[in-house]
Design a protein around this ligand. Structure first.
Ligand code: SF4
Length: 151
C-alpha cells in the first residue's frame, strides 16, 4: 500500500476561534436526520427549522443558511456554535475532510485559516482515513442523502 503523506498522523485541537463558522460564504450540508436533531436542539419542529434555518442548494441537497455577513445562521459571536452537541457531520469531521487531507499542501493551506491544525492530540493515519471517508462534505452528500438512516 502506498504511504500516505500523513502516515505519522495529523494533529488537531479546535481553539473555538470561529473562523470556520464565519467569513466567506459556503455550504453546510444537512441530512433529514441532522435537520431533526438540529430542530430539536433549537426547540422547533422540522418544518419550521427547515423554513427558517436552511436553503436548498442543488437537487435534494440542503444547507444551513448564512447571515448577511457570511457567518453560519447558528453561530453566535459570543457563544460560538449554538448547537455544538448536535452539529452536522460536516462540522464534526472538520478538518479531516477528503479535500483537506488530500495533500500536505491542502492541509497547510487550511492551517492558515484554522489555528487548530498541527496542535493538540494526533489522530493516526487510519483514524484520519476513517473520518475523511464519512466527512459529510458535498462530495459525499449523494450517498448520505440516499442513506439518511446512517447519520
Ligand atoms: S477555524 Fe479551526 S480552530 Fe477555529 S473554530 Fe474552526 S475548527 Fe476550531
Amino acid at each position: 500500500m502506498k504511504k500516505r503523506w500523513y502516515e505519522a498522523g495529523l494533529a488537531f485541537a479546535c481553539t473555538r476561534c470561529g473562523n470556520c463558522c464565519t467569513g466567506a460564504p459556503g455550504a453546510v450540508l444537512v441530512t433529514p436526520n441532522e435537520i431533526a436533531r438540529l430542530a430539536n436542539a433549537v426547540e422547533l419542529d422540522r418544518d419550521a427549522f427547515r423554513a427558517i434555518y436552511t436553503r436548498k442548494i442543488s437537487g435534494e441537497a440542503i444547507s444551513l443558511r448564512e447571515k448577511s455577513d457570511g457567518s453560519c445562521v447558528l453561530y453566535d459571536p459570543e457563544q460560538g456554535c449554538t448547537v455544538y452537541q448536535s452539529r452536522p457531520r460536516q462540522c464534526e469531521t472538520f478538518p479531516f475532510w477528503r479535500g483537506i487531507v488530500a495533500s500536505a499542501s491542502a492541509w497547510e493551506s487550511e492551517s492558515r485559516t484554522c489555528p487548530g491544525l498541527n496542535r493538540g492530540p494526533t489522530r493516526s493515519a487510519n483514524e484520519v482515513d476513517a473520518i475523511s471517508r464519512r466527512d459529510g462534505t458535498f462530495s459525499s452528500a449523494r450517498s448520505r442523502l440516499l442513506s439518511p438512516q446512517k447519520d
